[in-house]
Design a protein around this ligand. Sequence first.
Ligand code: SAH
Length: 231
Amino acid sequence: MTARIHLHSGAVGVGMTSQRVRDRLIERLRANGINDERVLNAIRAVPRHLFVDEALATRAYEDTALPIGHGQTISQPWVVAKMTETLLETARPAGAPTMRVLEIGTGSGYQAAILAALGLEVFTVERIGELLRIARKRFRTLGFHIRSKHDDGRIGWPELAPFDAIIVTAAAPALVDALTAQLAPGGTLVCPVGASGGQTLIRLRKDESGAIDEAQLAPVVFVPLLPGMVD
Ligand code: SAH
């Protein structure tokens, strides 16, 4: 299926994407343990229905992953919220410049937009060229300044490293060493790890001395982190 965007679609049912429907999603996230108000506000503000095909817009505020073409999915809002909340726990020294975040797996662009809406400086990498082109259009239309590149994200973005936070939105069989290496001291990395069906969301923290601490956050379901690039 080829994903097409309709950013200014008048055909989207107003009722299905209304503020009330969005508020209901926020309440559901809250009930499921998301309590960082900054994250909840970002999810309330970013129009998720503009990150999926028009035919799916009416389902955009359900707490569920949705197809975005090329066998890929936009992540479930709870997972986006949990990963974002985890990254925001990164301790920043007073007066430090804006936190720089690297995302691997741009997909629809929704997670990157949430991070940008929180005022973070976002860098995102996607291996499927067509998905990246569509995501870039959304960033432009919605006014998000997000740097992106078409590449195999398993190599990270070495020229721009280190990053204060790294978020991987596709599941790797094991943590990717190149990404851990690009994490700044004091930084946080979140990544789903494991084979399909049995993945765990992992949070990795690097302390100022470079020592690594790893924690398991939740069972999750993600598409796989794949090698190489496609147009
Ligand atoms: N963060 C996305 C989730 C998309 S699903 C969103 O908010 O919509 C995961 C994405 O990771 C897919 O688009 C897939 O193509 C991409 N991906 C998988 N392996 C990758 C790799 N090695 N490098 C970059 N992107 C990758």
